[in-house]
Design a protein around this ligand. Structure first.
Ligand SMILES: [Zn+2]
Length: 288
């Protein structure tokens, strides 16, 4: 016997679906849609992360290019002389790259001198306009305290071997004139430094003292999603090799261009010293 419900139909002739059947159908449909969305997120999220990091890497390269060109302008205005590398206090020089020390650490307040010193005038730096000095993927700038009382909160540093530190007698391979740098398109002027080693504007990615003191400062790998997952031991005097040496980070060169290079490139004597001949008796660190 056919029930009334089964025999009844819509005016257009299609069979009528019960409320219970309708709800069950919608639930299955919903689960399928949720499944598809989950699958799409699983596929798209890594691609989105990759795209976001690629964008940050490009912005970071642009920062480095702008800073290196400001350094070139500084050199042109100073008879070819480069700014000093803005080392830790108490040595603060008016020819330093930038006046980075806070006048009030708790308020993270920079001195107005930031506008006047080194590259300040060329980048129109002010105490509240310092974004060009920070990598968009460097999330530790406001949290790291590596120098007691005065953290360096920028991401970029100068290559000590090219520009010298604030203290000339500490720098046996100091080169203060850009014109004395041979093959300038291959020589590193600036780089983004690993957040575990950055403590001022001065960076020794290669040093004649490394066999004794360990390998010191490191190129940051924050844009390299593959290298970032690999083991990267904390820097210490006992680490006598360059770890994760295929990992890449951003550097700028003495001709004003910037590139994304491997650690084994950035930590080699040839790319760090203006004239590697002067250090021919000193070795490159082993790379792993
Ligand atoms: Zn960066």
């Amino acid at each position: 016997m056919r029930t009334q419900r089964q025999t009844r139909s819509h005016v257009d002739g299609s069979p009528r679906v019960s409320r219970a059947q309708s709800a069950a159908f919608t639930l299955v449909e919903l689960l399928v849609v949720i499944g598809i969305i989950a699958l799409l997120i699983g596929i798209l999220l890594p691609a989105l992360n990759k795209a976001r990091e690629a964008g940050a890497k490009t912005a970071c390269l642009s920062n480095l290019r702008q800073i290196s060109q400001a350094v070139m302008m500084y050199a042109n205005a100073n008879n070819g002389g480069l700014p000093a590398s803005a080392r830790q206090p108490p040595v603060v020089l008016y020819n330093d790259l930038v006046r980075w020390q806070f006048t009030d650490v708790a308020a993270q307040a920079f001195s107005p001198d930031i506008a006047l010193v080194g590259i300040g005038p060329y980048l129109k730096l002010t105490p509240s306009n310092v974004a060009v000095l920070r990598c968009p993927s460097d999330h530790t700038v406001t949290s790291r305290i590596t120098v007691p009382g005065n953290p360096y909160t920028f991401s970029y540093v100068m290559n000590w071997a090219i520009c010298g530190a604030s203290n000339p007698e500490m720098d046996p391979f100091r080169k203060t004139r850009l014109s004395r740098v041979k093959n300038s398109s291959e020589k590193i002027l600036l780089l983004e430094e690993d957040e575990r080693t950055i403590d001022d504007g001065n960076c020794s990615v290669w040093s004649p003292a490394w066999p004794t003191n360990g390998t010191g400062n490191r190129l940051a790998l924050r844009h390299d999603l593959v290298a970032r997952k690999k083991f990267d031991p904390d820097p210490s005097p006992t680490i006598k090799y360059i770890p994760n040496s295929n990992g890449r980070g951003n550097v700028a060169f003495c001709d004003g261009h910037a590139d994304y290079v491997e650690r084994k490139f950035a930590h080699s004597k040839y790319h760090v010293l203006g004239n590697p001949e002067e250090a021919k008796n000193y070795p490159d660190p082993p790379m792993r």
